[in-house]
Design a protein around this ligand. Structure first.
Ligand SMILES: [Zn+2]
Length: 120
């Protein structure tokens, strides 16, 4: 019974997070402060009900100022191939979020790192 209730709460909370994110994405261009309000509500729901936000949503929110990162509008996206990450820089506050990729192919101690750096 308790497990069912918890599952129900989790599903409703994640539904609301998704809905709020859609609203935030729609209003980021016309009213950025409203989008920020939606994001703060999402974070509140997520922490209160201990529901993990999906990575797709988590990666498109600025951790520092809670704004929805929209490339070309308020975010700059760079690919740093030498360090294997994608950098999302918020233009509102300057916070940079790094999303690493290809971590499965991390250079180990046996493979010399110097042989990869001259391609810079
Ligand atoms: Zn920011």
């Amino acid at each position: 019974m308790a497990e069912n209730k918890r599952a129900l709460i989790h599903s409703v909370a994640s539904e609301r997070i998704e809905a709020l994110f859609q609203k935030a994405k729609e209003s980021v261009k016309s009213d950025p402060s409203l989008a920020g309000r939606y994001v703060r509500l999402m974070i509140k729901i997520s922490t209160h009900y201990r529901v993990k936000m999906p990575a797709s949503i988590r990666n498109s929110i600025c951790k520092n100022c809670n704004s929805v990162l929209s490339p070309g509008l308020n975010a700059v996206v760079r690919i740093v191939s030498s360090r294997r990450y994608v950098a999302y820089t918020c233009e509102k506050c300057g916070y940079e979020r790094r999303i690493f990729y290809g971590t499965g192919n991390k250079p180990t101690l046996r493979t010399p790192v110097k042989s990869q750096s001259p391609s810079k």
